[in-house]
Design a protein around this ligand. Structure first.
Ligand code: NDP
Ligand code: 2IT
Length: 444
């Protein structure tokens, strides 16, 4: 059995009941085959793939807090510090009832290669909790965030591990966590990113993941002779990534006709109204059922169904495994030209394969959604030099980073004889730098 298959088997055996982690490891390692074959002797002796698939450490802790009725609630907190070969651990905190160690490990593993692709000095980590912020009062969210930080503070720091937002963690949660860290540690440092603008946040961080997704998609289309202007786009999700993806797509002259949440989806033939979306999701924290009250021409559908709508470009921006084989078939049948992942691992392995076999341009999340963490790294730089840059300066840097990511993965795919396979290109380009750094730093 080859080295790659041996390591995949070992990861599955050592990490039972963690299907998302297995999926992420399989996707990465399968596409590293040509690199591994070229270096098999050294990689085996150095146990490189074993070291890269085993987190540096996994932290799990109790998070007790008191709800508005005076009842004590208990959640579980996690931080997986996966790999810091090229910089301090960096990655978001997910607050969602579905969170478990396997989900956090898949996200942390993806983050290693994503962060490497940005060409900025950040390692890979991820954390979160099974706490559900939905329907909680601000005081309850604050109580949870403070209790979460009462434990997490021991393991993080501006040069050590720098968490940020993800599903369920936005500016409000980061604010409460930053306040508690400062209170406990007595230091004012850039320990979290995605902070408010009045206390060390970076302009354009809120928009960065969605904007970056469109910058990379535009470059991928351009290099394949396609103009994004005038194209019809389907987007899933209606959170941070989806909202700013809609906004940038419209600025680039495309028409976005769908958004979704965990209960249903909206079709707006006239194009999604971003102001309405923000009002419903960011201000009211309400459901998409309300969208029709503002836009009578639109349709609301229960359940899933976004990928059945005819479009030129599909941008999954909600969560993992939300674009299935049947969806990929519908997209291909409807003439879809490109899929770019705003979310982490939203497309199943079978769906990805089907799209690629049918010549749909496919940009994987670790490249396409890297604009968020890249801008987080720019926030870290600003915090270190105690300055803040203008929106235009950060946005211009973000554009440069996303265009550079696309060319790096395109070049890597070409170097290994798989031109146009951007999944392989992203995995190879992300891996090469981390592998070199791990080997150079000895067995540690
Ligand atoms: P938000 O919490 O702002 O929004 C998440 C959106 O996805 C909501 O519309 C939510 O619906 C929907 N969603 C979440 N879980 C599910 C589910 N299990 N089934 C169906 N829909 C679901 O999160 P973000 O926009 O920040 O994150 C979206 C994706 O992008 C995630 O995969 C995240 O890891 C990834 N990402 C985020 C980055 C960032 O900077 N924020 C950076 C890079 C990637 P509902 O409101 O009903 O729960
Ligand atoms: O998945 C991701 O890249 C994020 N949630 C953003 C992480 C970060 O540190 O900004």
């Amino acid at each position: 059995m080859g080295y790659v298959d041996e390591v995949i088997e070992r990861v599955i055996a050592k990490n039972p009941g963690e299907p998302e982690f297995h999926q992420a490891v399989k996707e990465v390692l399968e596409s590293l085959r040509p690199v591994v074959e070229k270096n098999e002797e050294v990689y085996r002796r150095e146990a490189l793939l074993e070291r890269i698939t085993e987190p540096d450490r996994q932290i799990k802790f109790r998070v007790p807090w008191v709800d508005d009725k005076g009842q004590v609630q208990v959640n579980t907190g996690y931080r997986v510090q996966f790999n810091n070969a090229i910089g301090p651990y960096k990655g978001g905190l997910r607050l969602h009832p579905s969170v478990n160690i396997g989900i956090i490990k898949f996200l942390g593993f993806e983050q290693i290669f994503k962060n490497s692709l940005t060409c900025l000095p950040i390692g890979g980590g991820k954390g979160g909790s099974d706490f559900d912020p939905k329907g909680k009062s601000d005081r309850e969210v604050m109580a949870f965030c403070q209790s979460f930080m009462n434990e997490l503070y021991k393991y993080i720091g501006a040069d050590e591990d720098v968490p940020a937002g993800d599903i369920g963690t936005g500016a409000r949660e980061i604010g409460y966590m930053f306040g508690q860290y400062k209170k406990i540690r007595g230091v004012y440092e850039g320990v979290l990113t995605g902070k408010g603008l009045s206390y060390g946040g970076s302009l354009a961080r809120t928009e960065a993941t969605g904007y970056g997704l469109l910058y990379l998609t535009q470059e991928m289309l351009k290099c394949n002779g396609i103009d994004i202007k005038g194209k019809t786009i389907c987007i899933s999700g209606s959170g941070n990534v989806a909202t700013y993806a809609v906004q940038k797509a419209q600025q680039l002259g495309a028409k976005v006709v769908t958004v979704s949440d965990s209960t249903g989806w909206v079709y707006d033939p006239d194009g999604i109204d971003v102001a309405v979306l923000k009002e419903i999701k960011e201000v009211k924290r309400a459901r998409l059922t309300e969208y029709k009250n503002y836009r009578p021409n639109s349709e609301y559908h229960e359940g899933r169904g976004v990928w059945q709508v005819k479009c030129d470009i599909a941008l999954p921006c909600a969560t993992q495994n939300e674009l299935l084989l049947e969806d990929a078939k519908a997209l291909v049948a409807n003439g879809c030209l490109a899929v770019a992942e705003g979310a982490n691992m939203p497309t199943t392995l079978e769906a990805t394969k089907y799209l690629q076999e049918n010549k749909v341009l496919f940009a994987p999340g670790k490249a396409a959604n890297a604009g968020g963490v890249a801008t987080s790294a720019l926030e870290m730089s600003q915090n270190s030099e105690r300055l803040s840059w203008s929106f235009e300066e950060v946005d211009a840097k973000l554009q440069g980073i996303m265009v550079n990511i696309f060319h790096n993965l395109d070049d890597a795919a070409k170097r290994y004889g798989c031109e146009g396979d951007y999944v392989a290109g992203a995995n190879i380009a992300g891996f090469e730098k981390v592998a070199n750094a791990v080997l150079a730093q000895g067995v540690c």
